[in-house]
Design a protein around this ligand. Structure first.
Ligand SMILES: Nc1ncnc2c1ncn2[C@@H]1O[C@H](COP(=O)(O)OP(=O)(O)OP(=O)(O)O)[C@@H](O)[C@H]1O
Length: 510
């Protein structure tokens, strides 16, 4: 029997508990593709999901909550324990370090069964909160859970699953680890002294040396790219390349060629063979920025590459193996995009092995003095005649909420250094990320012109729709009229930017 452990993901746990920590299983098991996760007995520190640590309680919907002290961090790892009670593999017990595992007769499955009546890809087991979801993606002979034929169902503790002539018993195992928050005030280039940032550093420090896939969520300018770079630098891949790719900057056809490469003649204009980003990042880390913008037709292609570890250049049939750690980032909630049907659920689970949220600056105003001094140091040498900022000026920065986050703060520090003036007044009244030191625009010379142009256009579209919805009390028709666009396009923008909550009666599906 083969149990290949893949980079699987954690469900979006509530933030008040723990940063979802399915990665802990990976830390302890150090699974690599092709390694076995077979473990006949329970390991130390583990407990069945229904037995909780004393400081925890379970709510009606099964959510485990805990109130760790402010200087501690609770991490939880869930695994699926599969006992094969009938069939050719009977007697084996396997722990799948979830939260998503494939079961079938194919060698690519996380749990490969010898049973000939089992389809190649028979079953997907996915941990969702404290439940195991059983999905039959279209097997030949079907799946039953406790005797009932199912396509998609939740298993109960100790449910019996039948596939082909095999019977499996499932159980969820949870491990909860309490960690101290980091004592450091930086992780790579990311600075912060607040508890929120030191909690984040503790997770990043823990996860960086593993090969785990990360999904970083956070508003624009909160430091997602810096966090990804810090993880790369603290990993065993530090000597390899760190490749940044912005999924929002090109059309679907171009994106495919940029990500996976192309063969000469694959399409009009493909004058030469081209190496894609995955191949460029071989041996290192690929940072997929703005992942939420990845067009639907490319999502299954990305999933295939993540599952197989192989890329095919456009126009070529030859698969090429790549060894790449993927870190994805988005400034909108991908879990919500999944709910809205705008993002593939299986790709989300594949990427969000460790979901990480970068807190906006307004939630950690105590970090501002440290950041201002750091930015002052970075910028002063580039600004002729810059005078040091006084303590009073630094304290003024702390009185604003900085909707454009550290990027906006950086622009304001540059302006203060250039003009010798304190922090800009009324920056809160400006649209998110709208302020900058070039005619109100956030101009970055370290970014290609076309990429910057589409970023600004996106930010403008989002800010416009937010304002229009606010103005019209969340009425989409009126907001569309105000914007001079069709209702359908307004809905597209609302989905794209995760503005559903601003829509009147937002409990209704859009
Ligand atoms: N915690 C921090 N400490 C120091 N500098 C920071 C921090 N957070 C962000 N910055 C600085 O702010 C700017 C924006 O950071 P970064 O590009 O990483 O943000 P982002 O979240 O990836 O933004 P976007 O979503 O717009 O791509 C950069 O100049 C970065 O160096």
């Amino acid at each position: 029997m083969t149990c290949r452990v893949r980079t699987t993901s954690g469900p979006p746990y509530p933030r008040n508990i723990v940063p979802s920590a399915c990665w802990l299983a990976r830390l302890y098991l150090r699974p690599r593709p092709g390694q076995h996760g077979i473990a006949p007995s329970r390991s130390a520190g583990e407990q069945p999901a229904d037995r909780l640590a004393p400081s925890m309680s379970r709510s009606d919907d099964g959510t485990i909550t805990a109130q760790p002290p402010a200087d501690r961090l609770m991490l939880r790892s869930n695994k699926i324990r599969v006992e094969i009670v009938h069939g050719p593999d009977a007697g084996s017990v396997i722990e799948l370090p979830g939260p998503e595992a494939r079961v079938g007769s194919d060698a690519g499955c996380d749990l490969q069964l010898k049973d000939r009546k089992v389809s190649r890809q028979h079953l997907v087991l996915r941990i969702e909160r404290d439940r195991i979801r059983v999905i039959d993606p279209g097997s030949r002979n079907g799946t039953t859970v406790d005797g009932v034929q199912v396509r998609d169902a939740y298993a109960r503790p100790d449910s019996s699953i039948t596939i082909g002539s095999s019977a499996l018993r499932l159980r969820m195992l949870s491990t909860i680890v309490e960690l101290p928050i980091s004592t450091r005030d930086r992780f790579g280039g990311l600075l912060g002294r607040s508890v929120a940032m030191r909690r984040l550093f503790a997770v990043l420090e823990r996860v960086a040396p593993t090969d785990t896939t990360l999904l970083i969520e956070g508003e624009s300018g909160t430091g997602k790219e810096l966090a990804a770079r810090g993880v790369h630098e603290a990993s065993t891949r530090a000597d390899g390349p760190f490749v940044v790719f912005d999924c929002s900057t090109a059309s679907s056809t171009l994106l495919e060629s940029e990500l996976f490469g192309h063969k000469k003649g694959a399409f009009t204009g493909a004058l030469d063979d081209r190496v894609g980003m995955f191949e460029e990042a071989d041996g290192g880390t690929l940072f997929l920025d703005e992942l939420g913008e990845l067009p639907p037709d490319l999502q299954p292609k990305l999933l295939r590459v993540l599952e197989s570890g192989e890329v095919r250049r456009v126009g070529s049939n030859k698969p090429r193996r790549v060894d790449v750690r993927v870190i994805a980032a988005t400034n909108r909630s991908l879990a919500r995009a999944v709910d809205l049907g705008a993002f593939r659920e299986d790709l989300y689970y594949r990427l969000a092995v460790v979901p990480i949220r970068l807190p906006p600056l307004r939630e950690r105003l105590e970090d501002i003095p440290l950041l201002v001094r750091h930015l002052e140091q970075q910028l002063a040498s580039r600004i002729p005649g810059a005078a040091p900022l006084s303590e009073h000026v630094v304290s003024l920065f702390g009185e604003q909420s900085w909707h454009g986050n550290v990027r906006e703060l950086r622009n304001a520090v540059a302006r203060a250094l250039a003009l010798g003036a304190p922090a800009p007044a009324g920056s809160e009244a400006q649209p998110p990320s709208g302020s900058g030191d070039s005619g109100g625009l956030d101009v970055r010379l370290d970014e290609p012109l076309l990429a910057g142009r589409s970023r600004v256009a996106r930010e403008y579209e989002k800010a416009y729709m937010e304002l229009a919805l606010k103005q019209t009390g969340g009425n989409v028709s009126q907001a569309a009229e105000l914007a001079g666009i069709g209702r359908k396009f307004a809905y597209t923008l609302i989905q794209r930017f995760g503005l559903r909550e601003s829509v009147e009666g937002s409990s209704e599906p859009i």
